[in-house]
Design a protein around this ligand. Structure first.
Ligand SMILES: NC(=O)c1ccc[n+]([C@@H]2O[C@H](COP(=O)([O-])OP(=O)(O)OC[C@H]3O[C@@H](n4cnc5c(N)ncnc54)[C@H](O)[C@@H]3O)[C@@H](O)[C@H]2O)c1
Ligand SMILES: [Zn+2]
Length: 410
């Protein structure tokens, strides 16, 4: 067995209404002034209200920063960190989707160190100190509440990651009540994102280990059993609870065995077409489904075909990403449209592709992500697709890629 390291938040609190008890946790850090990081919609939906009341009740000063934007733009992070410094904030809380959580992780770091954001992109380049950090996800979800990752949109619209154990929060607070109002299309997109985190953690080829495997399978079982339920009935608290815990477990899994080709392709697609992370993943997934047939064999490669069929992961993979029909149906129900890619063949090979060198317009992060993929058997497939997308971006005739905005039927 390969050697591995397991790092995850020391503290996870799960339960309906858990966010309304945040005051006790903050007292543990002797918090005097909290910055609450959120976005306008989450704030307007009242999802921060209970936590705000708890903070007031604990006698702690509060500054609300509701300026979070989709995909955590760098200038927003820097502005919020500046507010912390100006106001003497000593603790950071985030309530929201992955964009709010990723913003808060870097705010807590930049407010405490002299480091500049531009200098810490990459792995283990953030090595200073940070403010205490408590994260409350309202989507299920990115799993950001338990990962050492923060994904930032730079001023050039490029996605870059800061990866450091320092970004793992002090507390992940999982309150499924906060996800009850998530509309069906966001429920589907973010749920599919979580499923792909689990699948890619399980089929990843570089860092997977027995712990990440266990977490990925536990996550996948919960997510695949409940995604359709929560899309059909968002008020089902038990199903929402399963989804939230499932997405956190998937986050813990991919924190240790990073995501791969579906994410690698989704990053530039999100960037080019300006669609959110969950949607870009959801759009790519059906086309990567067939490739997962290849991935299915990877974890149990030494076993006979018969043993593999009995072994479970393949069945799980097929019951989630492998079933294109189910995903198409879910897309129809929830209003997620689909990509039409002529080079579907290439996309189907995604899970069996070890990217070589994508077009230079794409960041190193994309290439690194693709390199985690399960097999290096057929190189170049991902690079070809990325080049097709690049041609589209340059305004040439979209002969290899057609993209339909949400709601289009063609
Ligand atoms: N750090 C990590 O490990 C990690 C992992 C995956 C994705 N990400 C990042 O997370 C971001 C995407 O996060 P996301 O998919 O959660 O979306 P998001 O945070 O961008 O939110 C999407 C929309 O949902 C709304 N919303 C959130 N919760 C809601 C609720 N309960 N009810 C109603 N509306 C709600 C938000 O206001 C927003 O309009 C991307 O930037 C992505 O790169 C990070
Ligand atoms: Zn993701």
């Amino acid at each position: 067995m390969k050697a591995f390291t397991f790092q995850t938040p020391t503290n996870i609190r799960f339960g309906a209404g858990a966010s309304s008890k945040i005051g006790e946790l903050l007292k543990g850090y002797k918090a005097a002034h909290v910055l609450l990081v959120t976005d306008e919609k989450v704030w307007a939906a009242g999802l921060t209200r209970n936590a705000e009341a708890a903070i007031a009740e604990a006698g702690i000063a509060l500054t609300v920063f509701d300026g979070v934007l989709a995909d955590a733009p760098s200038h927003v992070i820097e502005a919020a960190a500046e507010i912390c410094r100006e106001r003497g904030v000593d603790t950071v809380v985030a309530i929201g989707g992955g964009s709010a959580l990723d913003t808060a992780k870097l705010v807590a770091y930049l407010a405490k160190t002299p480091d500049k954001l531009d200098d810490i992109y990459g792995i283990d380049r953030a090595t200073g100190d940070r403010l205490p950090l408590l994260l409350v996800p309202t989507t299920a979800g990115t799993g950001s509440e338990v990962t050492p990752v923060s994904i930032v949109k730079t001023l050039n619209n490029e996605k870059k990651a800061v990866i450091s154990p320092l970004l793992i929060p002090d507390w992940a607070i999982l309150d499924p009540e906060l996800t009850l109002g998530l509309p069906p299309h966001l429920t589907a997109q973010t749920g599919i994102d979580a499923i792909v985190h689990a699948i890619e953690a399980y089929t990843g080829k570089i860092k997977k280990n027995p712990t990440s495997d266990w977490l990925a399978l536990k996550a996948l079982a919960r997510l695949s059993a409940n995604l359709r339920k929560v899309c059909a009935d968002g008020s089902d608290l038990e199903a929402r609870s399963e989804m939230l815990l499932g997405s956190t477990l998937a986050g813990m899994a991919f924190a240790h065995s990073p995501v791969a080709a579906v994410h690698a392709l989704a990053y530039p697609i999100g960037e080019i077409f300006q669609v959110g992370h969950g949607l870009s993943i959801a759009l790519v997934l059906p086309y990567a489904g067939e490739g997962c047939d290849e991935a299915r064999g990877a974890p149990t490669g030494q076993q006979s075909a018969r043993a593999r069929r009995r072994s479970g992961p393949g069945d799980l993979c097929q019951s989630t990403c492998g079933s294109e029909q189910a995903m198409t149906e879910l897309g129809r129900q929830t209003g997620i449209s689909t990509f039409n890619l002529r080079h579907r063949r290439d996309l189907c090979r995604l899970c069996n592709t070890h990217s070589t060198s994508p077009d230079p317009v794409f960041s190193a992060h994309v290439a690194e992500t693709a390199a985690n993929n399960c097999s290096s058997a057929q190189s170049g497939g991902l690079a070809r697709i990325l080049r097709a997308i690049a041609r589209q971006r340059e305004g040439r005739a979209p002969s290899t890629l057609r993209f339909n905005r949400i709601g289009s039927n063609t």
